[in-house]
Design a protein around this ligand. Sequence first.
Ligand code: ADP
Length: 465
Amino acid sequence: MKKKNTVLFLGVTSILILISVQVFIILGIWKQKNEMFALKYTMLSKEALSYINRRMPTDGFDTVRFLLTKYSEQANKDIHALKDQNALAEKKKEILNYFTKVVNQEQDLSGLLSSFFGRAGFENKFNFSIVINNLEMIDIDTILVYRSEDFLNRRVPDRTGKPKSAEITRSKILVNWFRMEDNNYRFVFDYFIDFSDKQKVILKETSATLGMSTLSILLVGIMFMITFRNLSEEQRLSNLKTDFINNMTHELKTPLSTITVAGKTLEMPQIRNDDAKILETAKLIGKQSVHLNQLINMILEISMWERTQFQLDKKTVEIEEIMNDVIDSFKNGGGNNASINKKYNFSGAKVDLDVIYFTTLLNNLLSNAVKYSDKQPVIEIEGFAQENNICIKVSDNGIGINRIDQKHIFDKFYRATTGNIHKFKGLGLGLYYVKKIAEAHGGDVTVSSKPGRGSTFTVTLPNIS
Ligand code: ADP
């Protein structure tokens, strides 16, 4: 148990560490790819701007300049005619809205950049955004219309207004800041681009790494599961073996100590004169010796079965006849305190059987039905023939078997927990035999049971009639 827990702890910890390391690496690669992407497009934007500057007749803002010059002349007049502060504030808002609308709708820099990117072989779609930093109306005096908070903290833009190198912001790429000015206004804004399919492109580039690392985690997980399962199975088997040895010792000791006591009894002088007592004790010794012999044979047989296949000595028999024989002799032996109801009708069906092994099979089911009972045992044996199979059902009114135990009762040495406290004696081999014998005949055995409500064991065997 301790070993299993240690393996579980180490396995889970190492998988968690592996996942953390992989996540850490992937995040690093993602960040790097992001930066590479931004850098690539920053360089490209820089190239594009210098190309536009050198080779194009326009910087993309000609229409903007024209419209703003026309608008600001009248806007200046309007401002100076206003006396009321509220009206002035309203007018400033209106001017800012107009500048914002014109610079967004009438600029053509996006078109120029897009065709430059296209020619350079980069077809990724992008969105632009313009952030206004400063807007002043100039007449006799200068009236500030709008100023963004961080504008004053920035470098004083150089007067030439020439494109500067693009800068990288957190998610967007700053292509350039622009300054426009004439007699009536002064206007400064930033132009950003943002690639809509950036995440998709990066995901595509990192997909191989992502796939490999998921696969490696998966493989390690599977390996761990297999190792852990093997270990659990090993431990289960070792527990079963220990239980078996304890149970076996207990089982062997009982007849042995009875024989020892009986032997001592025979030595007593007062017994030696009593013929009836001698006979009774001798019978007891005989009975216990047979039981001891059976137990030893049972143990020897499993190891033989492990090494070789069953050697069946099959005969074609009418199943009903064999069933009657086995049940009748069981009634006169171990099952004499049980009420046994025969409810079968096989319509003369024939089966290829090793009668001795089949007797063991049925006897094991019947004696379990009596053994695992906490009241007067009532056993019902149903049976019928189908086209290919014959079906035998042995039902009892005993203690029943819970769902978990039902999965294991046919395993070698397995005993339900109640069995281990020696309330019910046994070696955990009876049902293992039943299963092996049924399978060796080309059939099977299943169980259905509810704790406290009894159990039904169903055996199927091939019908050859
Ligand atoms: P054993 O009887 O020697 O323990 P078996 O292989 O015959 O071994 O049975 C395995 C376990 O299945 C038993 O320990 C018992 O818990 C359970 N079992 C078998 N038959 C019955 C039954 N008729 N009713 C309730 N439990 C049963």
